[in-house]
Design a protein around this ligand. Sequence first.
Ligand SMILES: Nc1ncnc2c1ncn2[C@@H]1O[C@H](COP(=O)(O)OP(=O)(O)OP(=O)(O)O)[C@@H](O)[C@H]1O
Ligand SMILES: [Mg+2]
Length: 400
Amino acid sequence: MALSSVIKVLLIEDNLAEARLLNEVLKGATRQEFQLIHAKRLQDALSKLEDQIFDIILLDLTLPDSQGLDSLSPIIVKTPHLPIVVLTNMNDEELALEAVRKGAQDYLVKRHITLDTLVRSICYGIERKQMEERLREANQALEKRVEERTIQLLKAQELNQLKSEFVSMLSHDFRNPLNTILLSSGLLEDSRDQLTKEQQVYYFQMIRQAVQDMNQLLSEVLLLGKADAGKLKANFEPIDIKGFCQQIIASLNLSLENSHQINLEFQGNFDEELWDSKLLWHILHNLLNNAIKYSPKGGKIDVKIIQEENATVFKIKDQGIGISETAQKHLFEPFYRADNISNISGTGLGLAIVRKCVEAYKGNVLVESQLGQGTTFTVILPRQQPLTIKIEKSREQLSS
Ligand SMILES: Nc1ncnc2c1ncn2[C@@H]1O[C@H](COP(=O)(O)OP(=O)(O)OP(=O)(O)O)[C@@H](O)[C@H]1O
Ligand SMILES: [Mg+2]
């Protein structure tokens, strides 16, 4: 950076004669113009620094309101970017050196000051300070980059760990049905003659169920992968929502042989509403499946679907084993399973999928639960209506 055309110098010096002398010396400069502003006391200097801009400070270390190095720090605090040249007497050079160590750019022994030494010290002080500032800025930028890079690395490490946990959980969950297939097919192959017809059917069914489980697991993992890649997008269309919900319940009832009493209730008008049937299926199927799985046979499950002004609210309430407060914090993480599930089977992916689907819907999912009392999951999905209805509504609002 070049020096300004007129260098504005703040001289802090209580001795008027010396101040005048320095002013005269600087007037003799030919290659560079200087403007000297004089302050007799530190306080006076500090207030000048508040409302004027200077290029450099010449500081006498013996002032009436501040002695020695004490003058330095209030100035540095007020104007950390301004260079300071300290003026000393013959016998306090040691003090001047200490001032340089504490942040002054240079020092001049008053009696040895000549035009040359003064101009050189001022220009050199300004240049050096500018260089220091550039270095400091570069250093700060570097530190910031190091910090950002460290955060990135930590995130990558965390992600890697999550990935390897995911893979090991997945391998474990695949191994179970594979073992079932291996065992059942081995039995059928080696001991078919000793098995009754019913036993043979049973092992075939085990194989079929294991294949279905693996297939389901694969689709769930694929769905989560799609959601993580940001490819899970809502796609709205008109559907018969009441029939749709009844069908999900009917299919669950079929596979669970009507083990639970499920009440379905709708409140509000659902005509002309648009839905993403795929996302909704995953949400309701998983929540209902959990409500059934984690409550005793014969338990009552209430499903309420309420139309509010801007959102549809789904409430699924069971009277099952409940979820502890600690477990509630982790429920939506892939593979997480609470520790009160005893031997109820599952992979821990259902709620992770629910969350991703609700996110794709730009909605919200909440849980309220008490151990041993039951659980209520609430899903809030923003309403999707055809454009014509929205326009009509805003017209009505405008006219009323
Ligand atoms: N209605 C509920 N009542 C009690 N606990 C529940 C309920 N819903 C979920 N949980 C707890 O949350 C955990 C995670 O549920 P999630 O549906 O993600 O997995 P899962 O049911 O174990 O397996 P799956 O992947 O087959 O659904 C469950 O293991 C269970 O501990
Ligand atoms: Mg589940």
